[in-house]
Design a protein around this ligand. Structure first.
Ligand SMILES: [Mg+2]
Length: 510
């Protein structure tokens, strides 16, 4: 066999050397030996079933606004359109003040908006420098899933109206920001409960779901390598059935229906309490969608259940907890919770990652410039601090001190004064030079950062970064997800024996 042909054979077998595009790679925070993973569980919403964000958000917005109008909120809300940039995952809502905040990994507010108005640096400092943000759930809410974005859009618009058009709240007068937040939350919960959102998606799933032609083949590949698969979703059966059928039915001849891809199907699971509560699994008849009346502690393979608890599922899986990989999109409900109450390994699906990677790629040289300018700025800032300190020291000197330092007691007072003056001028020149250099570097740095930040998101910059550091959301991704990727079908590139290696951790002194 010629070398060329053998290379072709290797490629066809998915042999080594093939690197998927960066937007489709899987990134590692914690080493993971994929060979030792015996079962993989999947969340459904925004994990297997990825929504078309604009259509989904507009649908949620319209349903939420309809409830708010019925409650007497201003009619100006009815023209509200989705703005995919303004509401971003990872933002914190200050319910009390009507503000949206983006935090860095240390919990400091990097950017803030009051309604749609950008808050100045001094406003931010006055309001937030004295407290740890996000520790008080009464005051702060975290928009950590893509489902939470419409409520941010609606809330910001209401804050604008409370400030700019309080008379438009004709029925009950303008509410407090906090009251408005609770009304928005209640409206969106109601829209989910009374099926107004899901009814529309069930009727036209194709309009709301991204089509991923690689999903079925990915699940098939994982099954063929001997891994067991399960579906574990909080959505209830009728909705799950429509979405999963749309995504997986008739995709591969070997699979009779979407259910055949999974060894266990668990709907209405009530994560995160699924991970530590002891509920029974209620059997569902997959044809009628009704509960059969059977309730078990350990679910049987091939059946569909509602509710249940992790412990029972673990017994059914009959394997150690760290042989299970759970794939989800909700950092708290899917990832933090499963990690804290079990030894399941975790994979986070972040559809926002594709945009982030694409921008990083496009602006690679600008990002490198930001990096080197930041390093230079820090050096200059340290040096000019040292010079300022030197000037202060010189200021305190008396001419007589000069004799001790350089003159050995023999210089006349006038000579001492002249030397001292020379020293002061030299230190001042050096300091001014450093300051000017620092200002130039800082101006350029701000310019480049602004340009790159805008490409990520014109209001908030990158979802994963804030100022010169990781954002709070980015830090959560890093701390809790063993691996992360932009979509489930990226697993099709992974060989069953892949070892995922994390970059070595580092501290500033290493
Ligand atoms: Mg989900």
């Amino acid at each position: 066999m010629s070398e060329e042909i053998s290379e072709l054979v290797l490629d066809a077998l998915g042999g080594e050397g093939f690197e998927p595009p960066k937007t489709q790679r899987i990134f590692t925070n914690r080493d993971l030996d994929f060979e030792s993973i015996e079962a993989i569980g999947f969340d459904m919403d925004y994990t297997l079933a990825v929504y078309k964000q604009a259509a989904m958000e507009q649908l949620s917005l319209d349903a939420t606004v309809a409830k708010l109008l019925a409650k007497g909120y201003p009619t100006q809300l009815s023209s509200l359109r989705v703005d995919l940039d303004f509401a971003m995952r990872g933002l914190i809502v200050d319910k009390l003040e009507g503000n949206l905040l983006k935090l860095d990994r240390h919990g400091y507010v990097g950017r803030a908006f009051h309604g749609h108005r950008r808050m100045s640096g001094s406003e931010r400092t006055t309001m937030y420098s004295a407290q740890r943000i996000g520790q008080d759930p009464e005051r702060f809410a975290w928009a950590d899933t893509l489902f939470a974005l419409p409520e941010i859009t609606v809330f910001a618009k209401i804050v604008d109206l409370i400030d700019g058009a309080p008379d438009s709240f004709v029925q009950h007068g303008a509410p407090t920001y906090e009251r408005a937040w609770h009304d928005v939350r209640a409206a969106i919960d109601l829209a989910h409960q009374d099926d107004s959102i899901k009814r529309e998606i069930k009727a036209r799933p194709g309009e709301y779901l991204e089509d991923d032609p690689e999903l079925a083949i990915t699940l098939h590949k994982l099954r063929s390598s001997g891994k067991k698969l399960f579906l574990l979703t909080n959505s209830y059966y009728p909705y799950s059935k429509v979405l999963m059928s749309h995504l997986l039915d008739r995709r591969l001849p070997e699979y009779e229906s979407w259910q055949s891809f999974f060894d266990w199907v668990i709907v209405g699971s009530k994560k995160p309490s699924f991970f530590d509560a002891g509920q029974q699994f209620l059997e569902i008849d997959p044809d009628s969608g009704e509960l059969t009346g059977e309730a078990v502690d350990v679910p049987l393979r091939g059946k569909v259940y509602q509710g249940g608890a992790r412990e029972g599922l673990q017994d059914a899986l009959a394997m150690p907890g760290d042989s299970v990989l759970y794939v989800g999109d909700h950092i708290y409900g899917d990832i933090v919770k499963s990690k804290k109450s079990s030894s399941w390994r975790t994979a986070l699906v972040l559809s926002d990652l594709e945009h982030d990677l694409a921008v990083r790629d496009r602006y690679r040289s600008a990002l490198e410039e930001v990096e080197s300018l930041t390093r230079l700025r820090n050096q200059l800032s340290e040096q000019s601090g040292d010079q300022r300190n030197l000037l202060r020291q010189i200021d305190k000197l008396e001419p007589s001190d000069i004799n001790e330092v350089v003159g050995d007691g023999v210089l006349a007072e006038r000579e001492c004064e002249a030397l001292l003056e020379k020293g002061v001028q030299a230190a001042r020149r050096r300091h001014d030079r450093l300051k000017r250099h620092h200002e130039r570097v800082y101006e350029r740095l701000k310019e480049v950062r602004k340009e790159v930040g805008k490409a990520f998101n014109p209001y908030w910059g990158s979802v994963f970064a804030e100022r010169y550091d990781t954002s709070l959301f980015g830090a959560q991704v890093e701390n809790y997800a063993c691996i992360y990727t932009s979509r489930v079908s990226n697993f099709r590139y992974v060989s069953p024996a892949r070892k995922f290696h994390a970059p070595h951790g580092s501290l500033p002194h290493w």
